[in-house]
Design a protein around this ligand. Structure first.
Ligand code: SF4
Length: 583
C-alpha cells in the first residue's frame, strides 16, 4: 500500500458520514476542491454538491483535494497520479472532473491538480480519452473568463437546479457515446446555465477592451442565464460528512438563507444570489429535529445570522435540545438581546461584526445601511449580556475613501474598546478585539465593478497608518491581508480570457507572478487599475443574473453621491429586475 493510500485511509477513518458507493455502471465524478482537505471540508457548497451528486443513483462522486506539502512531495517524487480520497483512484479514470470554486486565489491550484493528474491543461489539447472538465461555484458565475482556456464546460448558477438538468442530458449523451465536441454543443444548447467557452469567439479593440463576444454557432445563447433555486426549498442544505480535521470541527453546517436583502455595493454574493431567500420557519425546525441531538454542534451559515427572521427560535431550539451552535457573522443593527443570550449559552466565545469602514459617510457609499451609533449600541448590548471576544472586519481602498475615513477606522476600534471596558464593569476579564483589515477588490456584477482597485502602494501606506494608530492599544490585535495578493485576486476576478495565459505562465514559473508579469504581452494593470466606462463591454456581460445594467449604473452614481438605496422587499420591489423575472 502506498504512503498516499495509507494517509487517505487514515483521513477517512476519522470521518462520519463518508459515502460508500459501488462503482458498477455509474458515471464517475471526481469532485475537486482546489485547496487542502481542511479548507474544502469546511465549505458548505462543496459538501452540498457532493451530497446532490451521490443522491443520484446513476452517479458516483468521490472527493479530490489539493495535496498538502508532504503529500505533494510524495506525489512529485513517485510520479504517482493524483488520487481520489474515497477509493484512491487516479484522476484520469473518472468520466468527469468537477471543480467547486469559491475563491479566485485558488485558481492556480486548478492547474497544479490537472498537472498531478497528467491531464493536458488546455481544453483544446484534451482528446476523447480524457475526462470532461467542468466547474461551478460562485466565482464561475461572477466571471469564468480567466479559466476559459482550461475548463470545458461551466455550470453557471446554483447546484440544486443545474446539476440535475446537466446530468439528465449528460447521461443520454454517454449512453449514445457522443464525441466530446458534440457533447459540449448539445449541453450548451439544451441545459440552461451551461457555458462552454470554446463555443464563443471574443474580439478586442486596439485599446484592449472587448469589441465583441459572440457564440460561434447560432443554436447556443449569446447570453447565458445563471440559474437559481426559487423558491428556496428543502431538503435542508447541510453538510453530511463530519470530520475533526476542519475549521468547523465535527460541526454540521446548515444554510439558513441565500442572498441578502441589504444590497452592499461591493458584495458579489449580495448581487449574484438575488433574490434574497430564506428557509421557512417550520421547514428549518422540522429538519433540525432530525439532526440535533445532545452534543450536536450546528454551524448556522448565513450572510448575517442576526437578519434571519427566526434566528432566536432556531438557536433556542438547538440549546433546549442539548445541542450547541455557532453563527458566522452578525449585523450590528439586527442583534437582539435574545440572540446574544443564546450565544452566551453556546460555546461560541467570539462574535464577528463587519463595520466595513470607520465613517458613516463611507458606509453610505457602500450602502451598508449601518451607523456608528448602531455599532456602539450593539457593543453595549453584547458587553452587558456576557463575556465575548470580538472580531471586527474592515476594508480599505474603497471608492471615494479619504485619509479621514482611514483614521475613522482607528477611532471606531478605540471607541468599541472603550465601551467594551465600560460596560463589562465588575467582570474579571474583558474580551479581546481582533481587527481584520482587508483590501477592497472590485467584483463583477456589482455596482462597484467599474471602479479600479486602489494601488498596492497606497494600500500599504493605509495599513502603516492603521498599524501606527492602533499600536500600543491594549486588548486589540490587528491583522492585514497582503496587498500584492489582493492585486492577483483582482486580476483573476476582473480579467478576461487573456488572463488565462498569465495564469498558465505563473504556473510554469512555479507561482512567481513578478516574473510572469515581466514576460506578459498585456499589462495586468489594465484589468486591475483601469476605471472602466459605464458602457464598456465587460468580460462577464454575457452572464444573465436577471439584474438590469441600468440598476447597477444607478447604484454606482448613488455611491459617488454617498446616498443609500432601500433594502430588498421581494414582494413589492422591481428595482433591479430580478424579482419581476422569478415571480
Ligand atoms: S427586485 Fe428588489 S427585492 Fe428583488 S432582488 Fe432586486 S432589489 Fe431586491
Amino acid at each position: 500500500m502506498s504512503k498516499i493510500t495509507t494517509l487517505y485511509r487514515r483521513r477517512l477513518s476519522k470521518e462520519r458520514g463518508t459515502v460508500k458507493k459501488d462503482w458498477g455502471g455509474k458515471i464517475s465524478v471526481a469532485l475537486i476542491y482546489p485547496n487542502y482537505y481542511q479548507v474544502g471540508m469546511s465549505n458548505l457548497g462543496f459538501q452540498v454538491v457532493h451530497g446532490i451528486l451521490n443522491d443520484n443513483p446513476a452517479i458516483i462522486s468521490e472527493r479530490v483535494f489539493l495535496p498538502e506539502e508532504e503529500e505533494l512531495s510524495i506525489y512529485r517524487k513517485t510520479g504517482q497520479l493524483l488520487l481520489s480520497l474515497e477509493s484512491q483512484r487516479p484522476l484520469p479514470t473518472f468520466d468527469l472532473l468537477a471543480f467547486s470554486l469559491s475563491f479566485e486565489n485558488d485558481y492556480p491550484n486548478i492547474l497544479t491538480i490537472l498537472d498531478l493528474g497528467r491531464i493536458p491543461l488546455m481544453g483544446r489539447e484534451r482528446g476523447e480519452d480524457y475526462p470532461l472538465i467542468i466547474a461551478g461555484g460562485i466565482t464561475t458565475f461572477m466571471n469564468p473568463e480567466p479559466l476559459a482556456n482550461f475548463i470545458d464546460c461551466f455550470l453557471l448558477g446554483e447546484g440544486e437546479v443545474i446539476l440535475k438538468e446537466f446530468f439528465q442530458i449528460y447521461l443520454d449523451l454517454r449512453l449514445s457515446a457522443v464525441k466530446r465536441e458534440e457533447a459540449l454543443r448539445v449541453l450548451a444548447e439544451r441545459v440552461e446555465g451551461v457555458y462552454c467557452p470554446s463555443l464563443y469567439n471574443v474580439a478586442y479593440h486596439e485599446n484592449g477592451s472587448i469589441a465583441s463576444f459572440e457564440p460561434s454557432i447560432p443554436s447556443i445563447p449569446s447570453k447565458v442565464k445563471a440559474v437559481k433555486q426559487v423558491p428556496f426549498k428543502g431538503p435542508l442544505h447541510r453538510s453530511r460528512i463530519l470530520t475533526p480535521n476542519t475549521e468547523f470541527s465535527d460541526t454540521i453546517l446548515v444554510e439558513l438563507n441565500r442572498g441578502c436583502s441589504i444590497g452592499c455595493r461591493f458584495c458579489a454574493a449580495g448581487h449574484v444570489y438575488r433574490p434574497p431567500r430564506v428557509i421557512a420557519e417550520e421547514e428549518i425546525l422540522t429538519s433540525l429535529k432530525e439532526i440535533v441531538t445532545r452534543d450536536t454542534r450546528v454551524g448556522l451559515i448565513s450572510p448575517s445570522a442576526s437578519n434571519f427572521p427566526w434566528i432566536e427560535r432556531v438557536t433556542s431550539y438547538i440549546l433546549d435540545s442539548g445541542g450547541d451552535f455557532t453563527v458566522s457573522s452578525l449585523r450590528a443593527d439586527s442583534l437582539t438581546k435574545g440572540l446574544v443570550e443564546n450565544l452566551r449559552g453556546s460555546s461560541q466565545k467570539t462574535l464577528t461584526i463587519a463595520p466595513e469602514t470607520g465613517s458613516d459617510r463611507l458606509r453610505r457609499v457602500i450602502n451598508k445601511q449601518l451607523t456608528t451609533q448602531q455599532i456602539i449600541e450593539a457593543i453595549i448590548l453584547i458587553a452587558r449580556t456576557g463575556f465575548f471576544h470580538l472580531k471586527l472586519y474592515f476594508m480599505i481602498g474603497l471608492p471615494t475613501e479619504t485619509g479621514g475615513d482611514i483614521r475613522a477606522i482607528a477611532g471606531l476600534v478605540k471607541s468599541i474598546r472603550h465601551h467594551l471596558i465600560k460596560e463589562s464593569k465588575g467582570r474579571k476579564r474583558i474580551g479581546r478585539i481582533r481587527v481584520s483589515i482587508n483590501c477592497f477588490v472590485p467584483k463583477p456584477s456589482t455596482p462597484f465593478q467599474w471602479f479600479p482597485m486602489d494601488t498596492v502602494n497606497s494600500l500599504k501606506e493605509k495599513q502603516r497608518l492603521l498599524k501606527r494608530a492602533l499600536s500600543g492599544e491594549g486588548g486589540i490585535g490587528i491583522s492585514f491581508d497582503v496587498p500584492k495578493w489582493a492585486y492577483i485576486q483582482s486580476l483573476l476576478s476582473m480579467g478576461d480570457r487573456r488572463v488565462g495565459q498569465m495564469l498558465l505562465t505563473a504556473h510554469r514559473n512555479n507561482g512567481d507572478w513578478r516574473q510572469t508579469f515581466r514576460s506578459s504581452d498585456i499589462n495586468p494593470d489594465f484589468f486591475v487599475y483601469r476605471a472602466k466606462g459605464l458602457n464598456d463591454r465587460l468580460p462577464w456581460d454575457f452572464i444573465d443574473h436577471g439584474i438590469q445594467k441600468s440598476f447597477l449604473q444607478k447604484e454606482y452614481s448613488l455611491a459617488l453621491a454617498a446616498e443609500e438605496s432601500p433594502r430588498c422587499a421581494p414582494d413589492s420591489c422591481t428595482r433591479c429586475g430580478v424579482c419581476s423575472l422569478v415571480t
